[in-house]
Design a protein around this ligand. Structure first.
Ligand SMILES: C[S@@+](CC[C@H](N)C(=O)[O-])C[C@H]1O[C@@H](n2cnc3c(N)ncnc32)[C@H](O)[C@@H]1O
Length: 295
């Protein structure tokens, strides 16, 4: 870790970070508040074991927070998408464009046909198209692990020119600096090195079981706590964990165990749209747990 700021170290740009993968639960809006916990610190590597849309990594890379980046998530088609955007963003953009264009004049069954093809042969562009067209951009998985979310019939999905621009920006930002893995987070955490910053945003409690799961794999609070325990007191790494939250007085999930010794801060996450619909004003806050040299 060094004390130099992202700008001094050649941080890429001060504009907004690229946004490629529409993903419910993305930390895109919260990323600046999460990164504010770092102050001026820089790290050798940023490791994001539940990366999803990689919102935090993209925001961090934009500021030059680390020299290298590791994206990890057990959802294999998503990691194939990250690999392709880093290796050949134009191919991804071309394939997305072909899928996007084919919806016009194809009739109501188009999304279902793309989804069925994706089940047989998952492709990065197929996943990007399904997420872009899905209700709330939300992946949902059946018991068999298949993507089973329906289409939002009111929209056509992100326009191909925008996908192309974002894909090129992601590749310019991370190409040559970023590794990608489908390893389980426990395996990733076993390989943490001095100088690493780790950001974890595990599957939300209560949303990973049952018939219509948000993520292919769920995770218990105790399994997470046990994996974090050896890392919390290490002064040679930085540790940030997003977990529970609350809207007004209503809590979302249990807090992480106190005896882990992580410092908990509450970050404002905006007005609750659900409450607004019912004519109330309520604010949502999300917990961020801070440990290692940041604790
Ligand atoms: C809350 S989402 C992360 C969202 C992400 N922070 C973003 O900005 O898009 C949790 C992610 O964890 C992944 N996941 C679930 N269980 C996992 C495990 N055991 N190891 C690694 N990733 C896992 C899911 O596939 C999902 O993409």
């Amino acid at each position: 870790m060094t004390g130099a700021s992202g700008d001094e170290a050649g941080g890429r740009d001060s504009g907004p970070p690229p946004h490629l993968v529409p993903y419910q639960g993305s930390k895109r809006r919260l990323a600046p508040a999460i990164l504010a916990q770092l102050g001026e610190r820089r790290f050798s590597r940023l490791v994001e074991p539940f990366c999803g849309s990689a919102a935090l990594t993209l925001a961090a890379a934009q500021r030059g927070v680390a020299d290298r980046y590791l994206l990890a998530d057990t959802y294999a088609p998503l990691m194939a998408l990250w690999r392709q955007v880093l290796a050949s963003p134009m191919t991804l953009a071309d394939e997305y464009e072909a899928l996007w264009l084919s919806q016009f004049g194809a009739g109501a069954g188009h999304y279902g046909a793309v989804r069925a093809r994706f089940h047989d042969e998952p492709t990065p562009a197929g996943l990007l198209y399904l997420l872009a067209r899905a209700v709330k951009n939300a992946p949902r998985f059946g018991r068999d692990g298949r993507f089973n979310q329906s289409a939002d019939r009111r929209r056509h999905g992100v326009r191909p020119d925008r996908v192309r621009a974002q894909a090129l920006q992601v590749a310019a930002l991370l190409c040559g600096l970023c590794d990608v893995t489908t390893d389980d987070f426990r395996l990733v955490l076993e390989k943490i090195q001095p100088g690493d910053l780790i950001y974890l945003d595990p599957p939300y409690q209560g949303t990973s079981g049952g018939r219509d799961r948000r993520y292919v794999a769920g995770l218990s609070r105790s399994a997470l706590a046990e994996a974090l325990r050896p890392l919390v007191g290490r002064r040679d790494i930085g540790l940030l964990v997003s977990y529970d939250g609350r809207t007004g007085a209503r809590t979302h999930g249990d807090e992480l165990p106190l005896d882990l010794g992580l410092r908990r801060v509450e970050l404002p996450a905006g007005r609750s749209s659900q409450a607004t619909l019912h004519g109330r004003v309520e604010w949502t806050v999300e917990s961020l747990y801070v440990g290692g040299c940041l604790g």
